[in-house]
Ligand binder design. Structure first.
Ligand SMILES: NC(=O)c1ccc[n+]([C@@H]2O[C@H](COP(=O)([O-])OP(=O)(O)OC[C@H]3O[C@@H](n4cnc5c(N)ncnc54)[C@H](OP(=O)(O)O)[C@@H]3O)[C@@H](O)[C@H]2O)c1
Length: 202
């Protein structure tokens, strides 16, 4: 069970209405954080559940923002000490995924640098580590492994290709502009078990 802690920090969560972001916001609110969650359409019913979360009335602000629009993200991140950059289309369509993955991540990282947040946490995926046809099958996969970007492109795995580019973009801006960056390598199982571990099945 998550312990109730009190925090007065404000953090920004991009793509607030999505699966992982919604669980994260529930956890942050429970821990006493103030949260600015970005949604592209605050009036869409798919985001209504956020307002029902415990503590949301007092400590959750939904900001209309698109990660492709620098000013809207700047507005959302202003006043925050940290950013969880989670927004990204989870689809295998180059037209839908590549621009938000790359330019969206660049915008969020540059905003984080401009606002001087203390840390950015970026949700990447396990897929950026193991997709390499030349990988030694006996090698244990960890965060030092990289998928072969040319292979991802060749097999038209645009989601994986986009996430590799996005992670590279995040590291590049972090190094150049001295942003403290943490990357999480998630997979479906870890996401599901995390939510079950934290809150049970309901
Ligand atoms: N779920 C998994 O098993 C898994 C595994 C590995 C990694 N991840 C990573 O975790 C993150 C979230 O995944 P999820 O499963 O929670 O996805 P999800 O439920 O589909 O949520 C994605 C979110 O991204 C937002 N988004 C997309 N394009 C945007 C844009 N241009 N500007 C602002 N917001 C935008 C969507 O907002 P709208 O509602 O406005 O479209 C949505 O809220 C992604 O970065 C994904 O790569 C997920």
């Amino acid at each position: 069970m998550v312990s109730d802690m009190v925090s007065i920090e404000t953090v920004c969560v991009t793509g607030a209405g999505g699966f992982i972001a919604s669980w994260l916001i529930k956890l942050l609110l429970k821990r006493g954080y103030f949260v600015k969650g970005t949604v592209r359409n605050p009036y869409h019913p798919k985001n209504f559940h956020l307002k029902e979360l415990e503590g949301a009335r007092e400590r959750l602000i939904l900001c209309k923002a698109d990660i492709l629009d620098y000013e809207s993200i700047l507005n959302a991140v202003r006043g925050c000490s940290g950013v969880f950059h989670i927004a990204c289309p989870v689809v295998n369509d180059s037209k839908l995924v590549l621009e938000p993955a790359v330019r969206g991540t660049m915008n969020v990282m540059n905003v984080a640098a401009e606002v001087r947040v203390r840390r950015v946490v970026f949700t990447s995926t396990m897929a950026v580590t193991y997709m390499d046809p030349n990988r030694n099958p006996d090698k244990v996969i960890d965060e030092t492994c990289w998928s072969d970007i040319n292979y991802a492109k060749a097999i038209q795995d645009w989601y994986c290709y986009g996430k590799i580019l996005a992670e590279n973009t995040a590291w590049e801006v972090a190094r150049k502009r001295r942003v403290d960056l943490v990357i999480l390598l998630l997979n479906v199982q870890s996401c599901l078990s995390l939510s079950i571990l934290l809150y049970g099945w309901t």
